[in-house]
Ligand binder design. Structure first.
Ligand code: ADP
Length: 372
C-alpha cells in the first residue's frame, strides 16, 4: 500500500544503512531497526523502535537517520520517530552497604491497590487531569502540552505539571528552558507561565538524567512539592491542572496515581500493537485504583498524503478506537504525524499556537473540547 518498491526503496535503504546502530555496530537496516518505512511523494518516514533503557543512546541516531533519510535520492522531507519497546525500568545502582530494596524482590506493584486516604489535591484547582501512557516515546508530553495550551486558548484557566521524571520536556516544549521558578515567603514554588498556562516541571528542580536513580518515595515527595506549588489563587482557581505522568505502570507510577488525587486520566497510545498492549496495561492500573478514564488519544495515527491529504496509516489502523470501545470511553483524538509538532516542541512554541489551523492542532482543539 504505502511501501515504495523498486530502485527508490533500495536507494533509501542503502542510505539508511550508512547510519550505524551503536549497539550492534551494524547499519540500521541490517540491525533490523528500520520499521514501517513509508515514502509518499518526496516525504518519507519510519520508526526506530529500541529498548526503553536505550532511548537516550538512540536520540542522536534518530537525528542522524533523519538527516540521512532527508538526503536520500528524491526525498525532500523526512521523519524518524524514536519509540521505546517498553516502559523504562531503571535498576538504580545500589549505594555501597545499602539494604536490598524491597521493590527489587519480584513484587507486583499492583498488588497494593486502592486510592490512599491522604491523596493530595491543591487548594485552588478544580480538576486534576492526568495524561498517561504505557510506554515512552508515544507523544504523551506533546499531547499534554498542546492540550493545556488549547484549553487555555478556549478560555479556561489551566496549569501543567510535568511529572515525567524520566524525561521532563515541558520546559523545552514551552520555551522555559532558561528560567527558574521562584519561591514565595512560605517556601512554596511559584509556577512559571507560558502561553497563558501555569507551568511547573520536575525539570526545574532536578538535573537532567538524575531521575533515573529515583525510587517511588523520592519521586512522590518531589511531586508532592510540585503539586503543592501556588497553582491558581483563591479568587482565580484553575479549571484544570494537567499532569504529564511518567510513562509505564511500575511502582513509581502506581505510587503517584495513588497519592495525587486525579479526577480523570487520558491515555495516549500510538497505533502499533505493542503500544496498545502497554496502553491496556496502563488502563488496567487506573481502573484498579478507581481513576476514571476520560478517553484514549491515538497519536501518530496516520501520515497525511502530501498531495491529497488522504490518511496513510503507516503504523496500523483502528487499534486505539477498538481499545477505547473496549474500555467504554471515547476516542478523544486521532493526531496525525506532523513534523511541525516536533519542530514546535524543539522551538518552544506548541503547534496549537504556531499553526492552529493545521490538522494536528485541530485534533488537539477537538480533544480539548471533548475533555471540557
Ligand atoms: P513521550 O512524552 O510519550 O515520551 P514526546 O511527546 O516527548 O513523547 O514525543 C516524542 C517525540 O515524538 C518528540 O520529538 C515529539 O515532538 C515527537 N512527536 C510526538 N507526536 C508526534 C506527531 N504526531 N507527529 C510527529 N512527531 C511527533
Amino acid at each position: 500500500m504505502n511501501d515504495p518498491t523498486g530502485p527508490q526503496r533500495a536507494d533509501i535503504l542503502t542510505t539508511l544503512d550508512q547510519v550505524r546502530d551503536p549497539k550492534s555496530g551494524q547499519g540500521l537496516v541490517a540491525a533490523g531497526l528500520v520499521r514501517g518505512l513509508v515514502v509518499r511523494g518526496d516525504r518519507a518516514a519510519f520508526m526506530l523502535e529500541v529498548a526503553a533503557a536505550d532511548i537516550g543512546l538512540y536520540a542522536p541516531v534518530r537525528e542522524a537517520a533523519e538527516r540521512a533519510l532527508a538526503a536520500a535520492p528524491g526525498i525532500g522531507s523526512a521523519q524518524v520517530v524514536l519509540t521505546a519497546e517498553g516502559p523504562p525500568a531503571p535498576t538504580p545502582p545500589q549505594p555501597r552497604g545499602a539494604q536490598p530494596r524491597r521493590a527489587q524482590v519480584a513484587e507486583d506493584p499492583q498488588a497494593r491497590l486502592g486510592n490512599m486516604p491522604d491523596a493530595e489535591r491543591p487548594p485552588h484547582v478544580r480538576k486534576v487531569i492526568a495524561v498517561a501512557s504505557g510506554k515512552g516515546g508515544v507523544g504523551k508530553s506533546t499531547v499534554a502540552v498542546n492540550l493545556a495550551v488549547a484549553l487555555s486558548g478556549l478560555g479556561h484557566r489551566v496549569g501543567l505539571l510535568d511529572a515525567d521524571i524520566y524525561g521532563p520536556s515541558a520546559p523545552q516544549m514551552l520555551g522555559l528552558n532558561d528560567q527558574e521558578p521562584t519561591f514565595d515567603a512560605d517556601k512554596k514554588l511559584n509556577p512559571l507561565e507560558a502561553f497563558g498556562v501555569q507551568v511547573m516541571s520536575v525539570g526545574f528542580i532536578v538535573e537532567p538524567g538524575a531521575a533515573n536513580i529515583w525510587r517511588g518515595p523520592m519521586a512522590t515527595s518531589a511531586l508532592r512539592t510540585l503539586m503543592g506549588s501556588n497553582w491558581g489563587a483563591a479568587d482565580a482557581p484553575l479549571d484544570a491542572l494537567i499532569v504529564d505522568l511518567p510513562p509505564g505502570t511500575g511502582d513509581i507510577q502506581l505510587t503517584l496515581v495513588q497519592r495525587l488525587k486525579i479526577d480523570g486520566v487520558i491515555i495516549v497510545s500510538t497505533p502499533q500493537e505493542l503500544a496498545l498492549i502497554d496502553a491496556r496495561r496502563a488502563a488496567t492500573m487506573f481502573q484498579k485504583v478507581g481513576t476514571p478514564i476520560l478517553g484514549v488519544v491515538e497519536n501518530m495515527a496516520f501520515f497525511p498524503d502530501p498531495a491529497t491529504g488522504a490518511r496513510i496509516p503507516i503504523f496500523g489502523e483502528g487499534g486505539a478506537k477498538a481499545e477505547a470501545a473496549r474500555l467504554g470511553v471515547p476516542l478523544l483524538a486521532e493526531v496525525p504525524i506532523d513534523p511541525a509538532l516536533r519542530q514546535g516542541g524543539d522551538e518552544g512554541r506548541p503547534l496549537v499556537i504556531a499553526a492552529p489551523m493545521s490538522p494536528a492542532a485541530q485534533a488537539f482543539f477537538g480533544m480539548a473540547q471533548g475533555v471540557v
